[in-house]
Design a protein around this ligand. Structure first.
Ligand code: 5AD
Ligand code: SF4
Length: 430
């Protein structure tokens, strides 16, 4: 039997695309190889959000070259955002690659699979225009959380970001397909549906809004928890906040990237809001959903970021009382507006700021988590953790370790929180 191996870098969209690619491979008679050495086809699903992410993918791919010596018929494919950005140039760096496929072509993978052969010229499948994925056989992880993509691409053109260039303009999946895919989920495993997109809360279909979609998903039989990410602050309407507050299956975790705490930098980033708007939005969220977990993304060292702008980002973390923030040093993405901006910040300064901001994020998270100690909350059990413990997530997406038997995996159980650190809570079954 022919075997496949997929290595995934990057965001949940890539994770979901890899699940689709795996599903299509299995539908075509392939079986999973535990290690790349045992595979007949290896796909590397890449991310180009930052230079480091690209570098990691290149390093992984270069390592694969030697496998062709022991298995000359091995097919190596690179997919995801890096080939979409690099196009034909990719073979200058990776001449041994057989297949180069952009994210827009995942839908065609079943046909592509019939066309590719080892030891031929590199085959390219790159399309510029985005399109919503059809429904495919999907090999989902045995996780209680199932990713369902509802939209692809992005129209926002934040000045630092490569996504609109590699994922194309926004396209929304029809609600019919979304509901059909949710219906097909094995509900004995998948208790939580996570609606995915670069900009989920901009989803619409005719008169139907994202809130309407949330209400529709809420009615789907067997779905117990519902989450969504990532939301853009400019599209976070009162209606969405109220829908989250009102509907019992909707989780109280909102991921709302702010990117900077400084109005000046927000403007240069083309984020289309200012500090005041963002803080008012946060206030509204906590008012309507007092137990909300609010997480964010912040970039440090964007061109022109002064010490004062950076301090505004630090104070934003405390004022917004974020549960967690994914922080990153600004990485130049060729072709984006910010790449050509004056005032690029030195690497050493970016590193220093990153260290400082991570400390503040950790402090704020620690303080916030202490308030959960002694409370009892529902936990969706995910799997084994360190030291023989099990791990699960609260409705606010907090990780909890506890003692319990493996048959609790994929179940929702009440959990008393006994202690809390910044990133992990400990609990006891009640
Ligand atoms: N440099 C650093 N971080 C970036 N992000 C996007 N583009 C860049 C870049 N050029 C971050 C943003 C975004 C997250 C997915 O990645 O914070 O929200
Ligand atoms: Fe990138 Fe901005 Fe679109 Fe997010 S909203 S994907 S940061 S361009």
């Amino acid at each position: 039997m022919r075997r496949y191996f997929i290595k995934t870098f990057g965001c949940q969209m890539n994770v979901n695309d890899s699940e689709i690619l795996a599903g299509i491979l299995e539908d075509n008679g392939y079986a999973l190889a535990e290690v790349p050495q045992k595979a007949d086809i290896i796909l590397v699903n890449t991310c180009s959000i930052r230079q480091k992410a690209e570098d990691r993918a290149y390093t992984f791919l270069r390592e694969l070259k030697k496998l062709k010596k022991t298995n000359p018929d091995l097919i190596i494919g690179i997919c995801g955002c890096v080939p979409q950005r690099e196009k034909e140039n990719i073979v200058k760096q990776l001449p041994f690659v057989d297949l180069v496929m952009g994210p827009q072509c995942v839908d065609d993978f079943s046909n592509i699979l019939q066309e590719i052969e080892p030891n031929k010229e590199t085959q390219f499948y790159i399309e510029e225009k985005g399109r919503p994925r059809k429904i495919h056989p999907t090999k989902r992880a045995k996780s209680p959380r199932a990713y369902i993509n509802i939209m692809y691409g992005c129209n926002n053109y934040c000045s630092y970001c490569i996504v609109p260039y590699v994922r194309g303009r926004e396209v929304f999946r029809p609600s019919k397909d979304i509901m059909e895919e949710i219906k097909k989920l094995d509900k004995s495993i998948h208790k939580e549906v996570i609606l995915l997109g670069q900009n989920v809360n901009s989803w619409s279909e005719g008169d139907k809004t994202f809130s309407d979609l949330l209400r529709e998903v809420h009615k789907a039989p067997g779905v117990e928890w519902i989450s969504f990410m990532t939301s853009h602050p400019k599209d976070m309407t009162d209606e969405i906040i109220e829908t989250v507050a009102k509907l019992p299956k909707l989780n109280n975790h909102i991921h709302l990237p702010v990117q900077s705490g400084s109005t000046k930098i927000m403007k240069a980033m083309n984020r289309k809001y200012d500090r005041d708007y963002y803080l008012k939005l946060i206030e509204k969220i906590y008012k309507k959903i007092p137990e909300a977990t609010v997480t964010s993304d912040i970039i440090v060292g964007f061109p022109g970021e002064t010490g004062k702008d950076f301090k505004d980002s630090l104070s934003m973390i405390r004022q917004a009382n974020f549960d967690s923030v994914i922080t990153a040093a600004y990485s130049i993405r060729p072709g984006t507006k910010a790449a050509a901006m004056k005032g690029q910040i030195e690497t050493s300064v970016k590193k220093e700021r990153l260290q400082k901001i991570m400390q503040v994020v950790q402090d704020v998270a620690y303080q916030k988590n202490q308030k959960l100690v002694g409370k009892t909350m529902d936990l969706l059990v995910e799997g084994p953790a360190q030291k023989g413990k099990l791990s699960g997530r609260t409705r606010g997406s907090k990780i909890v370790y506890f003692d319990g038997s493996k048959n609790l995996i994929c179940q929702i159980i009440p959990m008393k929180i006994t202690s809390a650190k910044s990133w992990v809570l400990e609990g006891q079954r009640t």
